[in-house]
Design a protein around this ligand. Structure first.
Ligand code: ADP
Length: 541
């Protein structure tokens, strides 16, 4: 490749310097001997470049290419020397042109090339000057022929230019080595990154939006099962690999990121050419130019097929076992009720107390089983939502009435002062009610007596915000990130003295997320907590 650059550079030098030089000679001095020399040189240079250009395209063998480029250097140094000869030898400033093959050979051959070219240039120049000095021939165009034979001037010039060319070679070699070591370091780092990507099964990508070019890492080609070619991937081609059911999600997420400049993270499926489905976790970020226009997006894609399949197996297990457990638990409930109602004979007060304890524990058991079943259904995607136009004000009023008894028993106040008459949202009313009740149960459990819990509803442009604020024990900031995780309970005596499973918030978040909503928490340890649910007026299709 670099061989070609040199040939292109020669084209440039020939057309931008040599041709105008020859023309100006003709305009200035007419059909002179100097013009004829320059013309000959120009023609040789053009001719050799055309031949080398053609050869460099045909030849594949590295050795032949090296031999070819070495020949070009030798010819160039010879031509430069001849040029110096025609321009007056020792007086010619053209000696500096030797720097061109020296620099270029550094790029092509590194150290050997630099010093080889430098040595050849020094030798050619010295031989030219010494031939003049000893009268073998006289340089053409020399304005001061006496200088060519002035021994002290000749020695000084030789020493000066030899030293100058060698100094330049050392500098060029040093810079070339520095650049090369940086290049090697970059290549090594890139290889390490590629290896890491291959081990972790993740690929990286960059989408140049304007040109619609996707640059993929090797591992990404591997994950998508596409053979890497010199033609870059386009966004359209990428979309072809996405599972038909996930296409809309992918387009929406990327569209959103490229409009807002925000980062994104979502999971989706791809379908390989042989029909295999793989699960991918995509993360990315968009970047804009100084006018705020999004110019490119970058990100990573990780093959999470194994963990997804494991998760599906886990969900199936939870669904099946909770289903199996529900039937016997319900039977226990029925028989306990029958016993305590005296169907199997008279029950003493103590037996009634015992039966009440059995009944309460069994109730809790059934609630947990139902929670687990609900979670398994959402996780497995077998969750059918019954979405209806629902008045949230009416729902919250109802919830307040239903929960006020429990709150009163702990001497707490449950406040809800709606600002609106009615606020409609398209939601699964039963599920959203259960999610809100979950938050109210927590607020009740984790707030001391005589304190208040406040429900608020605010209308926003695209949806509503429902907040539940308590004056309770709060959540330490170090633990706040894990409260939405499954089975997560804060390790704290005031939490552990309350009954709980650590499922409620996990489930509530799932329900709200399937509605396209959000749930956020702000808490001050020992002072109180506010959960805020964001719900869209309509669930996006
Ligand atoms: P649990 O059944 O333990 O209440 P949740 O999933 O509903 O499970 O809540 C998880 C944990 O989050 C709780 O164990 C508790 O530590 C913390 N938490 C939830 N709500 C509150 C609240 N209002 N105030 C303080 N801590 C809370």
């Amino acid at each position: 490749m670099r061989t070609r650059w040199y040939i292109y550079l020669r084209w440039f030098i020939l057309s931008a310097i040599v041709v105008p030089g020859i023309v100006s000679l003709y305009v200035g001095y007419g059909w002179s001997a100097q013009l004829q020399d320059s013309l000959k040189l120009g023609l040789i240079a053009f001719g050799t470049n055309a031949v080398f250009f053609a050869l460099s395209r045909m030849v594949k063998s590295k050795t032949v290419v090296r031999a070819l480029i070495t020949t070009i250097f030798v010819i160039d140094i010879a031509m430069i020397t001849f040029f110096i000869y025609t321009k007056g030898g020792i007086e010619s400033r053209s000696v500096i042109v030797y720097v061109v093959p020296i620099i270029m050979s550094a790029a092509i051959f590194s150290r050997k090339g630099v010093y080889g070219s430098a040595l050849l240039s020094v030798l050619a120049y010295d031989v030219l000057i010494l031939c003049n000095y000893f009268g073998v021939f006289a340089s053409r165009g020399s304005l001061y022929p006496d200088l060519q034979i002035d021994s002290s001037y000749v020695i000084n010039t030789i020493i000066f230019f030899n030293a100058l060319l060698i100094l330049i070679s050392v500098a060029v070699d040093f810079i070339a080595r520095l650049l090369m070591s940086n290049e090697q370091l970059a290549t090594r780092r890139l290889n390490e990154l590629m290896r890491a990507q291959s081990i972790a099964k993740f690929g990286s990508w960059e989408w140049k939006k304007v040109a619609d070019v996707l640059v993929w890492s090797d591992e990404l080609y591997e994950i998508f099962g596409i053979e890497k070619t010199s033609v870059p991937i386009t966004f359209e081609r990428y979309l072809e690999c996405i599972h038909p059911d996930d296409k809309k999600l992918v387009i929406d997420e990327i569209h959103k990121a490229s409009l807002t400049g925000m980062s994104f993270a979502f999971d989706h499926r791809i379908v390989l050419a042989n029909g295999t489905v793989r699960y991918i976790s995509s993360n990315g970020q968009s970047y804009s130019d100084k006018n705020g226009e999004i110019t490119h997006l970058t990100g990573t894609a990780r093959d999470i097929t194994d963990s997804k399949l494991l998760e599906h197996a886990k969900n199936d297990f939870v669904a099946v076992t909770s289903h199996q457990l529900r039937t016997p638990a319900t039977i226990v409930k029925q028989y306990t009720t029958m016993l305590s109602e005296g169907y199997a004979g008279e029950v003493t007060t103590q037996q009634k107390d015992f039966l009440k304890t059995i009944y309460d524990s069994n109730e809790r058991q059934i609630t947990i089983i139902n929670d687990l079943l609900n979670i398994a259904r959402i996780d497995s995607g077998n969750f059918n939502m019954n979405v209806q136009r629902t008045d949230l004000i009416a729902m919250l009023k109802q919830i307040r009435i239903e929960h006020s008894g429990k709150y009163k028993s702990k001497n707490q106040r449950l406040l809800f002062k709606p600002k609106y008459q009615k606020v409609y949202c398209n939601v699964d009313g039963d599920q959203i009610k259960m999610a809100i009740e979950n938050l109210l149960d927590n607020a009740h459990k984790y707030t001391p007596a005589k304190k208040a819990v406040k429900i608020e509803l605010k209308r926003k442009r695209k949806g509503v915000l429902i907040s539940i604020s308590d004056e309770g024990i709060g959540i330490p900031s170090k633990d706040i990130h894990k409260i939405f995780d499954m089975f997560s309970r804060i390790d704290n005596p005031s939490v552990l003295q309350e009954e709980g499973t650590g499922i409620g918030l996990y489930w509530a978040k799932k329900i709200i997320t399937v509605h396209g909503g959000t749930i956020d928490v702000v808490s001050e340890h020992k002072h109180g907590t506010t959960f805020t649910i964001g719900l869209p007026y309509k669930i996006a299709k």
